[in-house]
Design a protein around this ligand. Structure first.
Ligand code: TRP
Ligand code: SF4
Length: 337
């Protein structure tokens, strides 16, 4: 039986952090064995709200790919490619744009949430490019006949919009496109060091996969602890402490139990508690950091992976394009033969 096709990706606007790791990367590493897998670095989409900062997008393409490789995404199993290097995708985007109304895009909850957060970029008036990125994302997915799209909950409206486009397109041109499904990763959502529900670069509360032990130490020292604990022998409540929250992710059961009971009894100092956590996080991330270092020192290896991935991806997208253009009667000098 043919393997189902999985496709997902990230906007290259920053290095990936442990929120990405637990939330999606671990899951992708598992899925790459099960499905024919594609992961795109969405530089075109990143430009829709960073059009005035192309250097940032370009620089982060490599960073994100090195993060992928260092966590165990295997380029032999999974095709990693750069979105802008597949010209069939913008071509498809144009054709799909006939099947989407402006009102429908404006109602898309993901677009709405992002726009509210990006008033500094767009002010009162959104660009055609940003408003239309869900159409471009629908092309990303369908150009590869992907039916499995592992994403977080925030992306569900985009997948729904893609499904709508597919149904409308197929109702006019025949069963040409595959309707994808979102695959909600079982991944955990990780809070920031400051207790914020979300970990993010703009929030300054993230630990990056590429952070050095010194950086990890510094960040852990700034983590939010039980605010009621002032003196070392005050009895604490680990359940309101971010340090304990992270111990549960990075420390073994025995250590966690120790942290919990000593904190409650007022026999553990927060500084020692943080020190131990920083060491455990550093240790946990060591193999990732080491693998990343290899790629940082061998940019030609990363290039080769991207070139090969992009070539493979392009072939796949070209096959789909042929089908699409045939169905749309745009195959001028082929059907006339
Ligand atoms: N929208 C995704 C993000 O913001 C990135 C992305 C682009 C994507 N194209 C995709 C995700 C296709 C899944 C499928 O991270
Ligand atoms: Fe948090 Fe540890 Fe301090 Fe308790 S002892 S408040 S768990 S840092």
């Amino acid at each position: 039986m043919e393997k189902k096709i999985m496709l997902t990706g990230d906007r290259p606007t920053g290095k990936l952090h442990i929120g990405h790791y637990f939330g999606s990367l671990v899951n992708r590493v598992k899925l790459q064995d099960e499905f024919e897998s594609y992961i795109l670095v969405a530089d075109v989409q990143a430009l829709t709200d960073n059009f005035n900062n192309p250097e940032k997008v370009r620089k982060n393409v490599r960073e994100v790919v090195m993060d992928y490789l260092s966590v165990g995404i295997d380029p032999e199993k999974c095709t990693i490619y750069i979105q802008s290097m597949i010209p069939e995708v913008p071509e498809l985007t144009i054709y799909y744009s006939n099947f989407v109304t402006i009102a429908r895009l404006e109602r898309n909850p993901t677009v709405k949430t992002e726009l509210a957060a990006k008033r500094d970029v767009f002010g009162e008036s959104v660009t055609y490019g940003f408003l239309g990125y869900p159409v471009n994302q629908a092309a990303d997915i369908t150009a590869f006949d992907a039916t499995i799209v592992p994403v977080g909950e925030d992306q569900l409206p985009l997948i729904e919009q893609c499904r709508e486009i597919v149904r409308k397109f197929n109702s006019v041109y025949g069963e040409v496109l595959k309707e994808p499904e979102a695959y909600l990763s079982e991944g955990k959502r990780i809070k920031g060091l400051d207790g914020n529900e979300k970990m993010g670069k703009s929030l300054g509360n993230a630990i990056y996969l590429s952070d050095s032990p010194e950086e990890i130490y510094k960040k852990v020292m700034s983590a939010v602890t039980d605010p009621k604990r002032i003196k070392k022998d005050d009895k604490g409540n680990p359940d309101v402490c971010m340090v304990y929250y992270y111990h549960k992710l990075f420390s073994n059961k025995e250590e966690c139990n120790g942290v919990c009971s000593e904190c409650k009894a007022g026999t553990r100092g927060c500084v020692a508690c943080k020190k131990q956590l920083a060491e455990n996080i550093s240790e946990y991330l060591r193999p990732i950091r080491e693998k990343r270092k290899y790629y940082e020192e061998h940019p030609e290896v990363v290039d080769q992976i991207l070139i090969e991935g992009t070539n493979r991806a392009r072939k796949k997208a070209q096959e789909t394009m042929k089908r699409v253009k045939g169905a749309m009667k745009l195959d001028y000098f082929e059907s006339d033969k």
